[in-house]
Write a protein that binds this ligand. Structure first.
Ligand code: GDP
Length: 322
């Protein structure tokens, strides 16, 4: 079964031209959050405003809103135009935007399939050399991938709230393995080896490419690739190529921007994380029919952790239903 037919990124209708003029992605001065018509406002600091019920297989039509009415002093507000929001299936975009159901620090609209998805159990299951050797129990999975040093192990450990779960793929260029971790006995987090390791010999890098691309193209239970991008530095060519490849091959992808706590760069001529996030998206736009979902994270502050889990839960529950 084709991945694309199981889950798709829906496109949204374009807002009227009169609204387009003031819809942009831009940090503004801290102030109280207010929702603008046909846009989404959020803060870069992750905070869940409500507690959610336990994960269920069924969905109801009224998931709680996660947009807190309060913004702390040092939060940055970002506005996202409607056509850059990620709208899950079965969501009416105008009512979602109006009620503020957008996950904080992301462009992801919360739909009816979102459930509390806190990790209760996380167990390493196996390392596979080939896609064919991966677990065959048919449960959904999400693959984490990114350049060496992007913060993948730290993020994985933060998601599962363990200090050292992700150790298996720590030797770049050496461990060409697909590592499966079973979460809550019902889905997998998959850790793929980091790419772009400068010291890796050429044949190892080529091999890595074939190895992971084969997995992306053939793994039927893969719900979405989570491509990690370091938001504390400008976009790297290799990351842009990687994202474009996923887009061109219509592999469902979520961009996870890491290290968003690193905010001191401006003095040295660098950009702030939210600016790097915007730049990256502009650079890959042409390769996607609709805006891919993205989330800003930090393993230091745990920003984005709950948002990732909610996003995964709605993708997963939708995937299970279809
Ligand atoms: P991996 O090679 O992708 O698995 O990256 P690691 O998780 O080992 O992290 C690489 C380096 O980045 C380490 O020095 C981490 O402490 C640091 N790091 C990872 N995540 C973050 C983050 O969210 N914020 C900051 N400031 N540093 C991070």
């Amino acid at each position: 079964m084709l991945l694309q037919s199981r889950f798709f990124f829906s496109s949204v209708s374009t807002p009227p031209p009169s609204l387009l003029s003031h819809l942009f992605l831009l940090p503004t001065k801290p102030r109280l959050a207010s929702l603008l018509p046909f846009s989404s406002t959020f803060t870069t600091r992750a905070q869940l405003a409500v507690s959610l019920p336990l994960e269920e297989e069924t969905h109801d039509s009224n998931p709680p809103s996660l947009l807190s009415p309060f913004v702390e002093e040092d939060d940055i507000q970002i506005r996202i135009p409607l056509d850059k929001l990620f709208v899950p299936p079965e969501v009416d975009i105008s009512s979602a935007a109006a009620s503020g159901r957008v996950l904080k620090g992301s462009n992801i609209v919360l739909g009816p399939y979102a459930r509390n998805a806190q990790v209760v159990t996380a167990d390493f299951v196996k390392s596979s050399v080939r896609t064919e050797d991966c677990p065959s129990d048919g449960i959904p999975e999400f693959a984490l991938v990114g350049r060496s040093n992007v913060g993948k192990s730290s993020l994985l450990n933060s998601i599962v709230r363990r200090k050292r779960l992700a150790l298996t793929s720590k030797k770049p260029g050496k461990t060409q393995l697909i590592n499966h971790f079973r979460i809550n006995d019902s889905w997998y987090l998959v850790d793929l080896p980091g790419y772009g390791y400068a010291a890796a010999p050429h044949e190892v890098r080529t091999n890595w490419d074939e190895f992971t691309k084969n997995y992306f193209l053939n793994r039927e239970t893969l719900v979405s690739v989570f491509l990690l991008i370091d938001a504390s530095i400008p976009a790297k060519k290799i990351d842009l190529e990687y994202a474009s490849w996923l887009g061109q091959n219509q592999i469902p992808m979520t961009l996870i921007f890491t290290k968003c706590d690193k905010r001191k760069k401006r003095k040295n001529g660098g950009k702030r994380p939210e600016e790097n996030v915007e730049d990256f998206q502009n650079l890959i736009r042409e390769f996607f029919q609709a805006a891919p979902p993205w989330i800003m994270t930090s393993s230091v502050t745990n920003q984005g952790r709950d948002e990732i889990l909610l996003h995964m839960s709605q993708l997963r529950n939708y995937w299970l239903k279809h």
